[in-house]
Design a protein around this ligand. Structure first.
Ligand code: FES
Length: 85
């Protein structure tokens, strides 16, 4: 899954970078260039590097249930909620 659209960086690349020793957002910015353009990927990348479960990257307060990543290559996206009639 592409995490940083601006730089075409995938979750696998980020995970590999973390596995290779990156320990901070700065490391990932230097190594992969993530979160240096529009910045929308920043919260997600930050959660990956901090070991937290990445969520939607929006201001959900960390309680987001829309996206859960159990492994870098295993992204599960919940179906959209039914619209009220
Ligand atoms: S999506 Fe990563 S900087 Fe724009």
């Amino acid at each position: 899954m592409i995490v940083c659209v601006c730089k075409s960086v995938s979750d696998r690349q980020i995970k590999a970078c973390i596995d290779a020793g990156a320990t901070s957002m700065e490391d990932l910015q230097i190594d992969l260039g993530v979160a240096l353009c529009c910045g929308k990927c920043g919260p997600y990348v930050q959660e990956m590097v901090s070991g937290a479960s990445p969520c939607c990257g929006r201001s959900c307060g960390g309680g987001c249930q829309s996206i859960r990543v159990t492994a870098a290559s295993d992204v599960v996206v919940a179906p959209p909620l039914a619209l009220a009639a």
